[in-house]
Write a protein of this length. Structure first.
Length: 349
C-alpha cells in the first residue's frame, strides 16, 4: 500500500490526459463559485468561495450523478486530494513566525490549550458518548479546534475518511462558525462580557472556527479587536501541522491496540506547510507576489472543496444521523466557555 512518502518520492511520469476532463469541470465550477462568492449577500455573510464550491459540487454531483461520464472521476479525485495537499502547503504564505511571537507566551499557551483540549474532548465525546466513527469525530473536532473547513480537508487524507464524512464535518463548521460570527459582536456590544476590546479580540481568535469567521466577528467589534484576533487565529492555524502529526500517531497507536499494524502516516504536506511559513517569515518575496500566491492558493482550495463536493453522495449522510451536529454543538459550547475563561484570566485580570 502506497504511503504519502511514496507519493512524494515517486518521480515516475504520470498520465495527464485522463485527468484533464475532471479537472476542467472542477475549474469551471470553482470559477463560478469564486464569482458567486463576490456577490454582496455572500460577502456580507462572509461565505467564501470554498463553501460555495463545496455546495455547488454537491448539487452538481448529486443532480447529475448518473449522467456524468466516468472519465471525470480521475480529475475530480486528483483535485480533492493532490491539489488539496498543494493548497495546504501554500497556505503557509499567510503566516509568519513573527506574527506568532507577537501574541506572546500567554497567547500561544491559550491557543495550544484551545486546540489540544478541543481535539481531545471532541474525539472522546464523539467516539465514546455519541458512538461516532473515529474519522467523523476527528474531522468535526479538527474543524472546531484549528481553522474550520481548511482543517477538515487537511485532516481528510490523514484519517482516510469518506467524502461524505468530510462534507458533514465542513457543514458543522459552516453552521456553528457562522452562528458564532453573528453572536460574538452582539454579546460584546451588550456589555455583559467583562473584556475590553483587545481582550475580546483574543477571545475571538482563540475560539471561533474559521479564519473568515474570526475576521468578520472581530471587524464588527473594532480595529483593536481585529488586529489581535487575526494574529491569535493565525497562530492556531500554524498548529495545524503538529496536530495532524499527533492525529496520525494516535490513529497508528489505536490500530496497534486493536491488533492492527498500521504505520504512522506522516502528512508531508503539513511539514511543507510549516516550511513555507518559515520561509515566509524571512520576507524574501515582495508582498505583492505573496498576495498573488495567496489568491492562487485560495482558488486551489476552492478546487479541492469543489472536488470534494462532486464526490459526495447525500444518501450516505443518513448513516451518520445527528451525531456530528450534536458533537459540533458540544464543541461550540466548549469553545465559548473555555475561550472566555482563558481570555479573561490571561488578558483581563
Amino acid at each position: 500500500k502506497r504511503t504519502y512518502l511514496d507519493d512524494l518520492m515517486d518521480s515516475s511520469p504520470r498520465p495527464i490526459q485522463p485527468l484533464v476532463p475532471g479537472i476542467a469541470l472542477v475549474v469551471l465550477l470553482s470559477v463560478i463559485a469564486t464569482w458567486s462568492a463576490g456577490s454582496p449577500l455572500l460577502t456580507s455573510w462572509r461565505i467564501g468561495p470554498l463553501i460555495v464550491g463545496l455546495l455547488l459540487g454537491v448539487v452538481v454531483g448529486n443532480a447529475a450523478s448518473d449522467r456524468l461520464p466516468p472519465n471525470l472521476d480521475a480529475g475530480i479525485t486528483f483535485s480533492a486530494k493532490r491539489i488539496l495537499r498543494l493548497a495546504i502547503i501554500l497556505y503557509g504564505f499567510r503566516i509568519t513566525f513573527a506574527q506568532v511571537a507577537s501574541v506572546g507566551a500567554a497567547g500561544i499557551a491559550l491557543d495550544l490549550f484551545m486546540v489540544s483540549s478541543t481535539l481531545i474532548l471532541g474525539c472522546f465525546l464523539g467516539v465514546r458518548w455519541l458512538g461516532l466513527d473515529k474519522e467523523t469525530a476527528i474531522l468535526t473536532s479538527a474543524g472546531a479546534a484549528i481553522c474550520g473547513a481548511a482543517a477538515v480537508v487537511a485532516a481528510e487524507p490523514v484519517v482516510k475518511s469518506e467524502r461524505h464524512q468530510t462534507a458533514m464535518a465542513v457543514a458543522t463548521v459552516v453552521i456553528f462558525g457562522t452562528l458564532a460570527m453573528v453572536l460574538y459582536p452582539m454579546v460584546y456590544r451588550s456589555g455583559i462580557v467583562p473584556l475590553n476590546e483587545e481582550a475580546f479580540g483574543v477571545y475571538i481568535g482563540a475560539s471561533l472556527h474559521g479564519v473568515a469567521h474570526a475576521v468578520a466577528a472581530s471587524d464588527a467589534v473594532g480595529p483593536q479587536a481585529a488586529n489581535v484576533a487575526i494574529i491569535v487565529k493565525m497562530t492556531r492555524v500554524l498548529m495545524l501541522a503538529p496536530a495532524l502529526l499527533v492525529i496520525s500517531w494516535w490513529l497508528s497507536r489505536s490500530s496497534h491496540a486493536d491488533g492492527g499494524k498500521a504505520p504512522i502516516t506522516i502528512p508531508w504536506f503539513a511539514v511543507g506547510f510549516i516550511l513555507v511559513a518559515g520561509f515566509n517569515s524571512f520576507d524574501l518575496l515582495p508582498p505583492s507576489l505573496v498576495d498573488q500566491i495567496v489568491v492562487i492558493d485560495k482558488f486551489l482550495l476552492t478546487m479541492a472543496m469543489t472536488g470534494l463536493g462532486l464526490g459526495t453522495v447525500l444518501s450516505k449522510f443518513r448513516g451518520l444521523g445527528t451525531g456530528p451536529f450534536k458533537l459540533a454543538l458540544a464543541l461550540f459550547a466548549w469553545l465559548i466557555i473555555a475561550g472566555f475563561t482563558g481570555s479573561y484570566f490571561l488578558f483581563a485580570v
